[in-house]
Design a protein around this ligand. Sequence first.
Ligand SMILES: Nc1ncnc2c1ncn2[C@@H]1O[C@H](COP(=O)(O)OP(=O)(O)O)[C@@H](O)[C@H]1O
Ligand SMILES: N[C@@H](CCOP(=O)(O)O)C(=O)O
Length: 317
Amino acid sequence: MSVFTPLQRDELEAFLAPYRLGRLRDFQGITAGSENSNFFVSLEQGEYVLTLIERGPTQDLPFFIELLERLHRAGLPVPYALHSEDGKALRELAGKPALLQPRLAGRHVIEPNPHHCAEVGRLLARLHLATREQILERASDRGLDWMQEQGPSLALNLPEDQLPLLRDGLAEIAELRPKLVALPRANLHADLFRDNVLFEGTHLTGVIDFYNACSGPMLYDLAIAVNDWCSHPNGEIDPERSEPLLAAYSALRRFTPAEAELWQPMLRVACVRFWLSRLIAAQHFEGTPDVQVKDPGEFHRLLVARQQPASVLPFAF
Ligand SMILES: Nc1ncnc2c1ncn2[C@@H]1O[C@H](COP(=O)(O)OP(=O)(O)O)[C@@H](O)[C@H]1O
Ligand SMILES: N[C@@H](CCOP(=O)(O)O)C(=O)O
């Protein structure tokens, strides 16, 4: 999104003082993103990102802080909350929960090639391996139950010809639910889209926006990533990108036969999840200045394409 909560220089200076990072040189709101208000903050001692949390239950913020701290300690290129001089990682600014994090280098890649995709596969495997032995439990607030709750009312506003697809998607989720939740679990990013990853060349330098992170089946993270990183504009999966992503992942963690069996349905579950959340965002924010609204139709196209077998999980090697 965008900046939902504008900041004045003097209130920002007062907020930053306890980090002891020198004087404020400059700051600017970040227009990318869709959930929170983010600002690039330039201080004498370096470059930072300030996030004001705009959505979601604030009782979950310690989860995000602990997860990122753990991933940072495991050597993953993630932001993590800096502590002020009185030891606080989570503070408040303009009435919102606020975090100050180091600014990661790199840029978003809009048209990824097979090398970028392999990096994304490796990163996901590292994230899962770093957490699966000691999972920090958090149910997604946009998980399977949420889809079943939201789907029917959102369906009411869909064009007639899109309805059956959503209805069938929700029915499949209900039917497969016991199998999906029994898949191998870890902590998930659960939103690993291109606009949440930074690259320098083909080297992955940062993963951001962990506010959908949760515990759940690792395969779901793969499905979310493949849908976004490896799809043609018509929604079909491009094997030249999906195969390197899945191969790089499985070189670090082998897929199980149950994961291979559920791969196609999981790709559809991930389509339904983001189709619904984009429909909600479009309802709330369409036409609002400075707010980026992503096209729900993209996930309709992807879900249409995922009705045919789309890609194979390399579980055998
Ligand atoms: N730690 C960071 N380092 C560098 N850039 C960042 C960092 N955090 C956020 N950004 C920038 O801010 C933008 C929005 O951040 P994001 O977390 O995706 O927002 P939202 O929570 O609103 O979806 C990103 O696209 C990226 O350009
Ligand atoms: N990356 C998603 C937006 C994040 O999902 P949300 O449920 O937190 O809005 C997208 O591209 O739709």
